[in-house]
Design a protein around this ligand. Structure first.
Ligand SMILES: [Fe+2]
Length: 205
């Protein structure tokens, strides 16, 4: 077919890798629950903003200097982000992408996180710590959706790359990365237990 793909949206998914991943997950989980119990500013922010569960998004931003398991996770994340930046062919003019925000999400059953983007960042992503049976997928939206106006919808069985919305179900221990302008949401958590993830933004340093 005389047709090629243009304006490709890259998306990265890979197990975090490195040594003793299960041990690292256990240590990270302990830190997440400690924060959920003791981070008073975060707990208040969640209450004030009707966020069911817990997020440290608005209260703690130095997780990698506060907790050594987060420092270890950051080290592993940096490598994946550098690979993704290469795949995206970013011309970083000799600079690097650097971690700018780092936060925990404990999402209870039936909760969700509505559609959003991450302004002022280049690459955003999530490390998936605990995904009990039925835990939410990540839903991605074609960034051109608002321009499609009179365009017909796509066939239900069209290839994934042509769908306007794509659902991606990670595995525990996966890291997923995308460019920060890509609109995404966490759909309702159908699991009977909490879904725990650790999210982050990288900016052009
Ligand atoms: Fe996000």
């Amino acid at each position: 077919m005389p047709v090629k793909n243009l304006f490709v949206t890259k998306f990265y998914r890979e197990p975090i890798g490195g040594k003793n991943v299960e041990e690292l997950r256990d240590d990270l989980r302990d830190c997440c629950y400690l924060m959920a119990e003791e981070d008073e500013a975060g707990i208040k922010w969640c209450e004030d903003n009707h966020y069911r569960g817990y997020t440290s998004y608005a209260s703690l931003n130095d997780l990698d200097t506060r907790f050594s398991p987060f420092a270890e996770l950051k080290k592993r994340m940096d490598k994946h982000v550098a690979k993704f930046a290469q795949e995206c062919q970013f011309d970083l003019a000799g600079r690097k992408l650097v971690l700018d925000a780092f936060w925990v999400n404990i999402l209870p059953p039936l909760s969700f996180h509505s559609s959003h983007i991450h302004p002022h960042s280049v690459v955003s992503g999530t490390f998936y710590l605990d995904l009990p049976e039925g835990a939410s997928s990540l839903k991605l939206e074609d960034p051109r959706l608002s321009m499609m106006m009179a365009a017909p919808t796509r066939k239900k069985d069209a290839p994934e790359e042509l769908q306007p919305h794509i659902f991606i179900k990670p595995d525990e221990g996966d890291i997923m990365l995308w460019e920060s302008w890509l609109r995404h949401e966490v759909v309702q958590n159908e699991a009977e237990e909490e879904r725990i993830s650790i999210s982050f933004n990288y900016r052009w340093g």
